[in-house]
Design a protein around this ligand. Structure first.
Ligand code: UD1
Length: 422
């Protein structure tokens, strides 16, 4: 069992290179299934969720090579259309493979992703949209069987909520459909734009970008292309929170400011200064003690990202005054709060609202990650806590942060990863 040992109190200073975005890499890897040839995905983060995606691609018959941060996928010999339950369970977001498999094979069999640590994970929007494109969906005994009679056909679709995953599934299914698809109320997250850029480089005809309405003119086939995964705006937001909580000064490199900017107002309200220098260099200078972050409401992009709330909430725990967090995307995102209270944080949760009363100091404790971003919150809190913290259940963090320990240690954190035999 691995444990992170963190001795809090060090001020972070220096540069952290931001890796490729997990939430972009996963749909991009699914998209390679549509290509009858070879795709090269560069700047692909080395994460357990990426590993799980590669396992799915290999299971379906693709040849996949991973060298450094480049993943090369040859989907020429794709031969499977079913993802077994074991692989589906490894990563809930594997549902994003559905649109691509059904488009390429005319059928797909997946197991239901079920609930996850953030609460129920329904896929009704994905399935309703695919039905509009001509997919017959049968749900039975936890399996989802999808079939297309001939070829998918373009359609007018309006999502009742701008779901990121449903938008990705429609994009993947509609690229090679017959005719034009118009997707209204689509997600506008930057990762959607990244996926569109790759698909267009492969020969797809998608317009609409981040307008919320995507127009996808079906093309008969896609050919291979090279693509560089965009920077991970949530990894960036996490390191901004780490700088904030330690009164630090950090520069994040390889990271354009715009996709991260929805988290700036809260950090600025807490007294941090954020500025960009050269392109793709984002600087933060935090005060010795943070003020309250005010009220943070998570929203679809360009609102405050739900994935960035937990690390910021951890920073607010030592801010002067009371901060309020309202979670509008997921039902159950505050599991990590109990762990933060072990460190002396004062937080009241009522449904989707968390009220954080800043304390003068946190104390190091043994805490367990409950989910990916909740785990990041514990690390942020431990960086500021007096004495040593031990953070366990690191599998959650490994899903979404490449070399978290190395990145933080390089800017002055007293952090090391220890393997303790069970
Ligand atoms: C993606 C991100 C995740 C992020 C989330 C919101 C990936 C791999 N994951 O998740 O990190 O937190 O966007 O920005 O990119 N919903 C339904 N029915 C559906 C689909 C979604 O009710 O068919 C609900 C969900 O339960 C949730 C909300 O819509 O409450 C948002 O979900 P969605 O935008 O689909 O998130 P994901 O794509 O799962």
């Amino acid at each position: 069992m691995d444990t992170l040992m963190i001795r809090g109190g060090n001020r972070l200073e220096g540069e952290i290179p931001i890796h490729g975005a997990k939430n972009s890499a996963l749909p991009l890897l699914a998209a390679t299934l549509l290509v009858q040839g070879v795709s090269e995905i560069h700047n692909c983060p080395r994460l357990s969720d990426v590993k799980a995606s590669i396992a799915i691609l290999r299971h379906l018959g693709c040849r996949v090579e991973q060298q450094e941060d480049t993943v090369t996928v040859d989907s020429t010999a794709l031969c499977g259309s079913a993802i077994p339950d074991t692989l589906m369970r490894e990563m809930r977001s594997s549902i994003v493979f559905l649109g691509a498999i059904v488009a390429r094979c005319g059928e797909a069999v997946l197991t239901y992703p079920g609930g996850c640590e953030l609460g129920p994970r329904p896929i009704d929007l994905h399935l309703a949209a695919l039905r509009r494109l001509g997919v017959t969906v049968e749900e039975c005994h936890g399996y989802i069987r999808c079939r297309v009679a001939r070829r998918l056909r373009g359609a007018e679709i309006a999502l009742s909520f701008p779901s990121v995953g449903a938008t990705e599934n429609v994009l993947l299914a509609a690229c090679t459909a017959e005719g034009t698809t118009v997707l209204r109320h689509a997600a506008r997250e930057p990762e959607i734009g990244d996926l569109c850029d790759f698909l267009n480089a492969c020969g797809a005809r998608i317009t609409g970008g981040d307008s919320g309405t995507l127009v996808i003119e079906g093309v008969p086939r896609l050919q291979g292309a090279r693509h560089r995964v965009m920077a991970d705006r949530i990894e960036a937001a996490t390191y901004l929170a780490a700088a904030a909580v330690t009164g630090g000064t950090l520069t994040l490199t390889g990271c354009p400011a715009l996709p991260v900017s929805p988290v700036f107002p809260a950090l600025e309200q807490a007294g941090c200064r954020l500025y960009t220098g050269a392109p793709e260099r984002l600087h933060i200078r935090a005060p010795a003690r943070l003020s309250r972050v005010g009220t943070v409401r998570t929203m679809p992009y360009p609102g405050f990202p739900t994935d960035g709330a937990a690390p910021l909430l951890a920073a607010a725990c030592v801010g002067r005054g009371t901060s309020v967090f309202v979670e509008n995307i997921f039902e159950n995102r505050y599991k990590y709060v109990d762990e933060l209270t072990r460190m002396g944080a004062r937080i009241q949760v009522d449904g989707r609202v968390a009220v954080v009363e800043g304390v003068d100091a946190l104390q190091g404790a043994t805490v367990a990650c409950t989910d990916l971003r909740g785990g990041a919150a514990l690390v942020v809190a431990a960086l500021a806590a007096g004495g040593e913290s031990r953070v366990t259940e690191l599998g959650h963090l490994d899903r979404g942060y490449e070399d978290l320990t190395g990145c933080l240690a390089a800017v002055g954190a007293a952090i090391r990863r220890q393997t303790i035999p069970d």
